[in-house]
Ligand binder design. Sequence first.
Ligand code: HEC
Length: 84
Amino acid sequence: MKVQAAIFLFLSIMAFAAAVSAAQTGRDIFYDKCLSCHSGALALNKTKSEKQWEVTIDRMTGHGLEITSAQAKAVAKFLASGGK
Ligand code: HEC
């Protein structure tokens, strides 16, 4: 019984660590995902609403961008707030 408890505790800690490391900010995700095809200035120099950014990011997936919807939302928020 003790071994199972130890394994369970270990797995819980790993899951927690994974969740924490997945919690990147919109800024992190932007610099991680949006600079491989074009410069970040292309986006940072544009003014769009959060909704418009979501549409733009969705179009980027058509070019080959891989992003989860939660990450896309975080980036849209980051860009809509002027890249701050
Ligand atoms: C796989 C390559 C690729 C990735 C990754 C990528 N883009 Fe693009 N992006 C393009 C291409 C190609 C164009 C030009 C065609 C177009 O506008 O759809 C473009 C154009 C743009 C434009 C100018 C046009 C407009 O609608 O204002 C912006 C802004 C932009 N991308 C933002 C982003 C953001 C933000 C990300 C990250 C979430 C991103 N891109 C990731 C390929 C990419």
